[in-house]
Design a protein around this ligand. Structure first.
Ligand SMILES: [Zn+2]
Length: 219
């Protein structure tokens, strides 16, 4: 594990290498950021947005919190989304959960972790909403299913935010996506929850929830 001094050493080496390979890279970044993508992911250290997707500085606008939750009263998340949509004009917002998420597991098992219990309550709401489906699954797959259901619900929360309602009403082209990342294999899965506009939320939500059930009902 590198120590703090190593982080600065790595940083100097990285900056020098970037400048060597692509002269003017940083001065170009200073002028503007024009990312097409916004990533809403978990704070988990194993899920770094840029590395997973091969995107460079300037290419993805990132908001992360415990268990990739978007709450209607969370001014932090809403401000990030508003800046991304209104100012940066991103074209895609992806909500990205990950299998083995500590927040999802705590919500599923009712584990007390401290102050964060109140944040994790939002995932317990998701668990409660889908309890019939979750109760019918085996222990082995229930956590993965809740991880996906949490992503699907948070995609809807992004869609229902005033930011997205207003952007779509103005005709702005922004799609919201739901993905899940496998810490065990490094692969992203598309949960088929891609919302191009408000009229598609309901049926795509139903289909996506059904798929969570379909792919696990026989295990
Ligand atoms: Zn997590």
């Amino acid at each position: 594990m590198p120590n703090l001094k190593d982080l600065f050493t790595h940083n100097r080496a990285w900056a020098a290498q970037m400048e060597r390979e692509r002269p003017g890279f940083f001065t170009g970044l200073v002028k503007q950021q024009t990312p097409k993508y916004m990533w809403i992911g978990c704070s988990d250290s194993r899920v770094p947005a840029n590395q997973i997707t091969g995107l460079e500085p300037g290419e993805v606008f990132v908001h992360r919190n415990v268990a990739n939750i978007v709450v209607h009263s969370d001014l932090n998340a809403l401000s990030a989304i508003q800046f991304a949509v209104d100012m940066l004009k991103v074209e895609h917002i992806m909500v990205v959960g990950h299998y083995g998420c500590g927040g999802v597991l705590a919500a599923l098992n009712g584990t007390r972790v401290g102050l964060a219990d109140n944040w994790i309550r939002h995932i317990q709401d998701v668990r409660h909403r889908h309890r019939q489906l979750l109760d019918s699954l085996s222990d082995a797959v229930r956590a993965d299913a809740l991880c996906e259901l949490n992503v699907i619900e948070q995609v809807v929360n992004v869609c229902m935010s005033t930011v997205m309602v207003d952007a779509w009403a103005k005709g702005q082209k922004v799609s919201i996506h739901g993905w899940a990342f496998g810490v065990h294999d490094g692969l992203l899965q598309d949960l088929g929850m891609t919302i191009p506009g408000p009229e598609d939320i309901d049926h795509l939500y139903r289909d996506a929830v059904e798929r969570v059930w379909d792919k696990r009902s026989k295990t």
